[in-house]
Design a protein around this ligand. Structure first.
Ligand SMILES: *[C@@H]1O[C@H](CO)[C@@H](O)[C@H](O)[C@H]1NC(C)=O
Ligand SMILES: *[C@@H]1O[C@H](CO)[C@@H](O)[C@H](O)[C@H]1NC(C)=O
Length: 173
């Protein structure tokens, strides 16, 4: 069982390799993701890592049901790696549009800089690859409004770091 999980994880890494993988806090900072004025991407990412995943990357939130404003991401422009070889219960879901239904379930500190006159305050997204049958998250991406040049895969080391952060007010990286 472990071997199967590990090899499917490795396979995911290979398939996702077209996008850069961020492995450390430093890598994340270098991208500039969420760092501009009014951006919510970093608090969103950190909140997601701490709240929606158990230690084995099983999802504690239900993207299919639209929790926290999650909705299906069709990947029509092939921003993310194709899911062709995978079972059809695996799909991408996107989180972070503060105008989506149920986005008000996100904590206030994630939403606080939203200002409808400032588009950048609603641009950042966390995207996940979710398999409904076992509730596993096999890939996590961040994206500044689906711009391929500003889309990155979160590596496991960085994910572990994010999960361990104590203060909800991150982000002195
Ligand atoms: C998966 O594909 C099968 C066969 O094409 C179809 O019957 C089934 O409804 C699909 N399941 C989902 C969850 O899309
Ligand atoms: C939203 O941003 C505008 C400037 O773009 C500013 O004048 C306004 O006070 C802001 N609103 C809030 C609620 O912060």
């Amino acid at each position: 069982m472990h071997t199967i999980l590990l090899s499917s994880l490795l396979l995911s890494v290979v398939l996702a390799s077209a996008l850069p993988t961020l492995d450390s806090e430093k890598d994340l900072k270098k991208t500039g993701f969420g760092l501009g004025q009014s951006h919510h991407g970093l608090t969103l990412l950190k909140w997601y890592a701490k709240t929606c995943l158990d230690k084995n990357e099983k999802s504690l939130c239900n993207p299919v049901a639209g929790a926290y404003g999650f909705h299906w991401y069709e990947n029509r422009d092939k921003l993310l790696p194709g899911l062709n070889g995978k079972k059809n219960t695996t799909a991408y879901y996107t989180l972070g549009n503060l105008r989506s239904p149920h986005a008000e379930q996100l904590p206030c500190y994630v939403r606080k800089d939203y200002n409808c006159t400032q588009p950048q305050s609603n641009q950042d997204r966390v995207l996940v690859e979710y398999t409904k049958v076992n509730k596993m998250i096999s890939n996590i991406f961040i994206s500044e409004h689906y711009n391929k040049k500003k889309t990155y895969r979160i590596g496991l080391k960085l994910l572990a770091f994010l999960k361990k952060l104590v203060s909800r007010f991150y982000i002195k990286i």
